[in-house]
Design a protein around this ligand. Sequence first.
Ligand code: ATP
Ligand code: MG
Length: 259
Amino acid sequence: MQEIERRDGRPPVVLGIRDLVKVYGRGEGEVTALRGVSFDVQRGEFVAIMGSSGSGKSTLMNLIGCLDRPTRGTYLLDGEDVSLWGRDQLAEVRSRRIGFVFQSFNLLPRTSALENVELPLLYRATPAGESGGPSIAEQARQALVRVGLGERVKHHPSQLSGGQQQRVAIARALVNQPSLLLADEPTGNLDSRTSIEIMRLFQELNAGGMTIILITHEVDISEYARRVITLRDGRILSDHPIAAPRDAAAELARAPEPE
Ligand SMILES: Nc1ncnc2c1ncn2[C@@H]1O[C@H](COP(=O)(O)OP(=O)(O)OP(=O)(O)O)[C@@H](O)[C@H]1O
Ligand SMILES: [Mg+2]
């Protein structure tokens, strides 16, 4: 992948978003979901996007994830203008550069954890493993080890807890080594302890260099990120760093799981 060198020594910009506008529908039913949103995300950042229901979070996620196109404005991913890409290129970018995690884990039932994680590798234009690297199964297994599920590769989703299912989904998002992990309400279906466990995993991945964008309407969850962007009515209300993010690993160590 093309690396954009910066003379000021700061990390490369993964996302460059300028004046994004999104209008759904036409005429009387027209809804302006984003009204000119601009921000940059550098490699290695962990950003939470906050906002109440209807503020435009999922709309923004769909644009960042190349699942939809803006009505106006520009979006640079790794320095390249997404609006110039055709359908095939967008599909390729979605599968190679962006790892998606959703509130509903979207795993295939009656399919093992390993096979779920193998899927994005099977969809790749050039199958992994052909170039003499690790096999598809081995890459999927390594991704499951990375999320702490090395002992559960053969389990089906119904045999896993909610938190474990979300870990499988995170392993699936990571397996193609994306530039960006994009998560929309990943803890929305999880209890509070399991949510902190998922935040611990995100903090570990971020400490390892992964760029993460986490969409949430829960203030508690946003406090594990290192920067918070708040949307209101399709505009950025605030965008600031968190000086001392919550430390999920320390919180879990202080409150051990009841026996
Ligand atoms: N496909 C669509 N067609 C028409 N309007 C839409 C569409 N998707 C979203 N909207 C509208 O755009 C606005 C922003 O919606 P969006 O889903 O981005 O909000 P959100 O911040 O993700 O909310 P939530 O927290 O409830 O998920 C809302 O007014 C919504 O009704
Ligand atoms: Mg939403």
